[in-house]
Ligand binder design. Structure first.
Ligand code: SF4
Length: 327
């Protein structure tokens, strides 16, 4: 039993220069034009501290899109939060990182889409990989603890060994091998994103060996196939219902799919879906056909851009390597 919330995930903006096909931003972004002002965040942070919150995770969208990010960090630092910046790092220059450090930022988490620039930029929908790597090195040079976040799906999951090598090379202190959470854009694009059971089974020994080898140097987080969930059905219900206190340890607290109508009676009946159930039914009914890949809906990309080259110079995710196969 937890008597108070310990962490606050602050989604400062939905703006983001990337176009990941698994984005948890709302699909109906046009309905979310307003953002909380600095004054409003200042009030929210003060109230959170009064509730006993200790950790503040600054997220988005891309939090670096906020011009007042350093002010928000400074206020959080003044209030005594441990602050963590969750960023795609596209605009995290050494100067910006230094400014945030001077404001009191404690930790940086950078997401990288794949182990090589070509695939990473395809998934991100823009050229970003080189700047992410440069940002990670700048963050370490400034003495920040560094977390790398890899969202795993059918396109990059076979790169797990290379992703871990990259994390070692960058001196990461912590790596999250995060299974895609299928809601929002990821739910919409699940037919092309969901890994196969064979892929999941292939990476398991690789991840287990890395956890053993890197123990004490780099923390590797991954939820294995069939691993019992830490969440009871009651916790799932609690995490999904606004106005009820969420478990601050819950990793599934970030939801994005629009809720047109909240029916508490129906939510009370929600049961976790087993992985075996997914494999037996849902996945086989979701053929990832190439013609669908070419029209993959992406956040921030208008429908008429969904062609093979919707961004000059950036190969589309709709053109997978290896002769057009989707996995
Ligand atoms: S998932 Fe990708 S597109 Fe969505 S906010 Fe994060 S970096 Fe931006």
């Amino acid at each position: 039993m937890i008597d108070r919330p310990y962490g606050l995930l602050a989604e400062l903006t939905y703006r983001c220069p990337l176009h990941c096909p698994y984005c948890s931003n709302p699909m109906n972004l046009a309905d979310f034009g307003d953002e909380l002002s600095l004054e409003e965040w200042t009030r929210v942070l003060a109230e959170a501290r009064e509730l006993g919150v200790l950790q503040l995770h600054l997220s988005g969208g891309e939090p670096l899109q906020r011009r007042d990010l350093a002010d928000i960090v400074a206020e959080a630092h003044r209030l005594g939060f441990y602050t963590n910046l969750i960023t795609s790092a596209l605009s995290l220059t050494p100067e910006k990182a230094q400014q945030l450090k001077d404001s009191g930022l404690d930790n940086v988490q950078i997401s990288i889409q794949a182990a090589d620039a070509d695939l990473s930029d395809r998934i991100a929908g823009t050229r970003a990989y080189d700047r992410k790597i440069a940002a990670a090195r700048a963050v370490k040079a400034l003495g920040f603890p560094l977390t790398l976040n890899y969202v795993l799906h059918r396109y990059n999951i076979d790169q797990v060994a290379q992703l871990l090598e990259l994390a070692e090379d960058l001196g990461a202190d912590r790596v999250e091998l995060a299974n895609t959470q299928y809601y929002g854009w990821a739910l919409h694009n699940r037919a092309v994103l969901m890994p196969t059971r064979a892929q999941l089974e292939r990476i398991e020994p690789v991840v287990r060996a890395a956890i053993d080898r890197l123990a004490g140097r780099m923390q590797v987080l991954y939820v294995f196939l069939g691993q019992p969930s830490a969440h009871s059905a009651a916790e799932w219900r609690r995490a999904a219902v606004p106005g009820r206190r969420p478990d601050p340890r819950c990793r599934h607290r970030k939801r994005a799919a629009p809720i047109a109508r909240l029916d508490l009676g129906r939510l009370a009946d929600v049961q976790p879906l087993s992985r075996s159930g997914l494999d037996a039914g849902a996945v086989s009914k979701l053929p990832a056909q190439n013609h669908r890949l070419r029209r993959l809906p992406l956040p921030g990309v208008p429908a008429h851009w969904r062609s093979r080259r919707h961004r000059p110079g950036v190969p589309s995710l709709a053109t997978p390597r290896g002769g057009g196969r989707c996995h």
